[in-house]
Structures are given as C-alpha cells and as structure tokens.
Ligand binder design. Structure first.
Ligand code: ADP
Ligand code: MG
Length: 338
C-alpha cells in the first residue's frame, strides 16, 4: 500500500475517539465550555445514558455568528494563542478539539448568541458535515445538543459501558462540578428525572445536602489549609463515616476535576490507622497551585496531570488531612508522662 495522508474526515473520526471516549466525556467537555464562557446558569439534560441525547445550555458569553463554524474545526480555540500560554492557563479548555470531535461522531446542533449581536446563529451538523447554518433569535448564551453519539462509529458503540454505568458516572461528574462551582446554578435532568438543582449561591454546604444523605452532608468536616505553595480546601469524612471503596475521593486542581492515584493515596494513608481495613473516607478536595507547577496537557481528556514536585504535594496534602481529622476525632489522645 502506498503511504498517503488520511482524508480530513477519517482523521477527524480517529482523533475524536481520543477526546470523546464515551458519553461522559462529551458531557464533561460541554460543561467545561459553559464554565469557561462565564455562565452563571448551566442546564444539562441527558437521555439513555448520553447515547440518545446530551444537551447543555448556558447563559455564558455565546459564540459570534461568524465564528460558530470555525469553533467546530479541530484546533480552533479562543483560549490560547501560543504554547507559553499553557504555563499560566486559567481556562478548562485549550486544545480546541472538543466541539470538532463531538460533532464528528454525532448529530449535533448549536444555537448561540452573544450580547453584541441582534441575531444569534443556529448550526446543524451530522457526522462532522455542516447541514445548515442560519440566523436565529435567542437569549445570550449557548445551547448544544448532541444526539445519537457514535451513530457513525459502530466499533465504538459496541464497546460502550452499560447505560446504568454511564448514568452513574455522568451523575457523579455533574455533581462534583456543581459542588466546586457552587456559584453557578446547575440544573441537571436525566431520563426525565431531576437529579440536581442548585441555587448558585456559592454555598458548598448547600450543594452537599443534595449530594449526600442528611447526616453525611451535615457531618463532613471542613478542611482549609492555605500554604504559599499549595492551598487545600474541601470536605472530609469524620472517622465514623466511611465507604467500601475509594470512589468518593476526588480532587479539583485549579478548577479542574482530575484523577491522580498519588493524591488519593495521600488521603487514604492519612486515615490509615483510623478506619478499618477495606474502609475508605469521603474526600472532596480543592487544590490551588501556581499553574506553572502542573502540566495539564498530558492527555487529550485532560483528566490526568503531572506535578513538578509530586512528593511535595503528597506530603503537604497528607499532613493537612492528617491534622484535620485528628483535630476532629474523639479518639482519646495518650498524654505523654515525663
Ligand atoms: P476549547 O474549549 O479547548 O477552546 P472547544 O472545541 O471545546 O475547544 O471549543 C472551541 C471554541 O468554541 C472555544 O474556544 C470557545 O471560543 C467556543 N465555545 C465552545 N463552547 C462554548 C460555549 N458554551 N460558550 C461560548 N463559547 C464556546
Ligand atoms: Mg472546550
């Protein structure tokens, strides 16, 4: 076979697979775009675990009519212009791949309006091909509707997890963002049921009460340790509350939900002698660090990161958690006798 460059259409579908692994990834990208757009209200609607429908509507800044089609191209972004920008990145997005990827593997509609224009724009796309673009009168903000995800990628469809697994994962994802971004009002419906409706007051305790049962929401401990290198805020379970797995331990780093086994270990080790073997704490921890200290561009989904000094982070986090739980635990302390 001769060596040739793949057509744009084929290349786009291959690349799309990296960014949009599953319905969950599409929900994450669209929600993050809404946050980056400065939305104070985000409405999310999911049907059939995201396979039939994912709709995300925000009241953010909107996309200008003449930029809508550009936004759908690969590597089209308004968030960075040069590679150095990555060192002090403040936005969740920067790769310019999400809309292009999602649109390549779904039936996609975008409606958006900025407050600088009288008319907004409506775009409909199928498998990456623009079918229609027309003016539309809307409120300021953006609504993106993703239908029949992976309709044109049968191989991917076959490997999708069950709808139930996906529903649980999407629900956890949206809940965690609603907790972190408590100043944004989240309305989240799935399969015609309301899952979440936060008030956008900025009170994270108020959001907790929608995520956990009454006792747990009330008894979770506050953590706040601000060091000049690392700031840690969030919630931890007291020793009387535990779980059978690590799934309720999660981290935001500079506003981004990330998974990092070393951070998880820093927390579980702090609880080591406090919980029974096989029991794990609940931890919702929000870390703030100079963006120069983290590389967020490790993977297309941006769920993994690298720290410049992982050992230092581990130590700081571990001791912050340790101090906090021992301060609150009523385990009798043995007083030293001299
Ligand atoms: P990225 O977020 O990495 O820039 P995306 O493909 O997710 O790339 O989006 C491309 C561009 O489209 C963004 O940079 C932004 O300018 C615009 N955009 C996407 N979603 C929204 C939205 N909800 N509101 C306003 N602008 C948006
Ligand atoms: Mg994005």
């Amino acid at each position: 076979m001769k060596i040739k460059i793949l057509s744009q259409n084929v290349a786009a579908k291959i690349a799309a697979g990296e960014v949009v692994e599953r319905p969950l990834s599409a929900v994450k990208e669209l929600m993050e775009n809404a946050i980056d757009a400065g939305a104070t209200e985000i409405k999310i609607h999911v049907e059939s675990g995201g396979q039939r429908l994912i709709q995300v509507e925000d009241n953010g800044m909107g996309i200008a009519s003449d930029e809508a089609a550009v936004a759908l191209q690969r590597y089209a972004t308004s968030k960075i212009t040069q590679v150095e920008d990555l060192e002090h990145i403040q936005t969740l997005g920067f790769r310019g791949e999400a809309l292009a990827s999602i649109a390549a593997v779904s039936r996609f509609t975008l409606d958006s309006q900025t407050n600088q224009e009288n008319m907004g724009v409506h775009l409909s796309v199928e498998g990456g091909d623009i079918l229609a673009q027309e003016p539309a009168g809307l409120k300021t903000g953006t609504r993106i509707k993703v239908e029949d995800l992976f309709f044109n990628v049968p191989a991917r469809r076959k490997f999708l997890k069950s709808e139930n697994t996906e529903r649980k994962a999407i629900s956890d994802l949206v809940s965690r963002y609603a907790l972190y971004y408590a100043h944004i009002r989240f309305q989240f419906n799935m399969e015609s049921r309301q899952i979440l409706n936060t008030n956008g007051s900025g009170d994270r305790r108020e959001v907790l009460s929608q995520l956990y049962d009454v006792t747990t929401a009330r008894d979770l401990l506050d953590l706040r340790v601000v060091d000049e290198y690392l700031g840690v805020e969030g919630f931890l379970s007291p020793v009387g509350i535990s779980r059978s797995n690590r799934k309720e331990i999660f981290f935001f780093i500079n506003g981004r939900l990330v998974s990092d086994s070393s951070l998880t270990a820093a927390v579980t080790q702090a609880y080591q002698n406090m919980l029974m073997v096989g029991r794990y704490p609940i931890a919702a921890l929000f870390l703030k660090i100079d963006p120069q200290e983290v590389d967020v561009n490790v993977h297309p989904t941006k769920a993994e990161i690298r720290f410049r000094e992982p050992g230092r982070i581990f130590g700081l986090l571990n001791s912050a958690v340790r101090k906090n739980i021992s301060a609150f635990s009523n385990v009798p302390q043995i007083s030293p006798t001299f």
